[in-house]
Design a protein. Structure first.
Ligand SMILES: NC(=O)c1ccc[n+]([C@@H]2O[C@H](COP(=O)([O-])OP(=O)(O)OC[C@H]3O[C@@H](n4cnc5c(N)ncnc54)[C@H](O)[C@@H]3O)[C@@H](O)[C@H]2O)c1
Length: 308
């Protein structure tokens, strides 16, 4: 197949390109390099089946493809809050442009949505029927509401125009090629520990997150995209739940050195608890995560040791 991956030079996008190239597909990787990097896909540039397009999803594009994975959007708070209006435009206009293209060329189109659509959840764990508890006017809203609107557009194009959609809600994912300085907790802790700095834990560190290793997540993407029954939304994430303090201590144990934990005030609208209910992914896709946190951390620490 010919497959378009928007945001293909980013953390998840580059792993998806790797997987799809290995399966023998032809890849068009579209990216504006806001948070993506050439080095993430440098090893693919000589491959005749790989093509890189520098373009912004806010502007329409025309290509002939069989499938579209729409991942373009900054994903970490410092990056999506850097230009919040642009973040909303990227989610909304990017969705419209991908859906318009999918409609024209009859391609199947996939949305990388997020667990942030659940906001600060009042039910726990979250399954796909939960509508969320999102602040519409806060600092995180450009991202959360942008993705919620993208989901709305996907389902309206599906109902109104018969566009063949797949929607995944991604929970925290980590692994090699995360940016070192983007404020995501796993990379933050690892980089701080490797530099011998103290690990910054917000609040008292009792808030929990679940962490999915990138290879597991990409496997979930490909399974959802290539089955016929379920359009989504489907939660993909690792239900193993850890407090921030537990994660910090695990990273300190693995990296070694003299770093300690320091506490800073909690940022606004920071969810206290988040864990996916992955019953639907198990049942519809036969998917569940395989890489334990300890092993995923080892691979991620090895990557950051080489790069920083
Ligand atoms: N990593 C996670 O834990 C996580 C969790 C939930 C959702 N997601 C979603 O998955 C997708 C990929 O996330 P990621 O972690 O790889 O982030 P990332 O920032 O590494 O990747 C995003 C990519 O999109 C590109 N991009 C941003 N705006 C663009 C635009 N206007 N036009 C073209 N390209 C643009 C960036 O340059 C980058 O390559 C995002 O849509 C994100 O919302 C990720």
């Amino acid at each position: 197949m010919r497959i378009l991956v928007t945001g293909g030079a980013g953390f998840l996008g580059s792993h998806l390109c790797d997987r799809l190239i290995t399966e023998g597909h032809e890849i068009l990787c579209l990216d504006n390099f806001f948070t993506g990097r050439r080095q993430n896909i440098a090893h693919l540039l000589q491959d005749p089946k790989f093509e890189l397009i520098r373009h912004d999803v806010i502007d329409p594009f025309k290509v002939e493809v069989d499938q579209i994975y729409n991942l373009a959007c900054p994903a970490s708070p410092p990056h999506y809050q850097y230009n919040p209006i642009k973040t909303t435009k990227t989610s909304v206009m990017g969705a419209i442009n991908c859906l318009g293209l999918a409609k024209r060329v009859r391609a199947r189109v996939f949305l990388a949505s997020t667990s942030e659509v659940y906001g600060d959840p009042t039910v726990h764990p979250q399954d796909e029927s939960y509508w969320g508890n999102v602040n519409p006017i806060g600092r995180r809203s450009c991202y959360d509401e942008g993705k919620r609107c993208a989901e709305t557009l996907f389902f309206d194009y599906h109902r109104e125009n018969g566009v063949d959609i797949r929607v995944v809600r991604i929970f925290n994912t980590y692994g090699p090629r995360m940016l070192a300085d983007d404020g995501r907790v796993v990379s933050n802790f690892i980089v701080q520990a490797l530099k011998g700095e103290n690990l910054t834990v917000y609040g008292d560190g009792s808030q929990t997150r679940s962490f999915c290793y990138v290879d597991d997540l990409i496997d979930g993407f490909v399974r959802l995209m290539n089955q016929e029954k379920t359009v989504g939304p489907v939660n993909i994430g690792n239900p193993g739940e850890f407090t921030m303090l537990e994660l910090a201590e695990l990273v300190l144990k693995k990296v070694g050195g003299k770093s300690k934990v320091t506490n800073l005030p909690l940022p606004a609208d920071d969810p206290k608890q988040r864990r996916p209910d992955i019953s639907l992914a198990k049942e519809a896709l036969g998917w569940e995560p395989k890489v334990p946190l300890e092993e995923g951390l080892n691979r991620t620490i090895a990557y950051f040791r080489q790069t920083i």
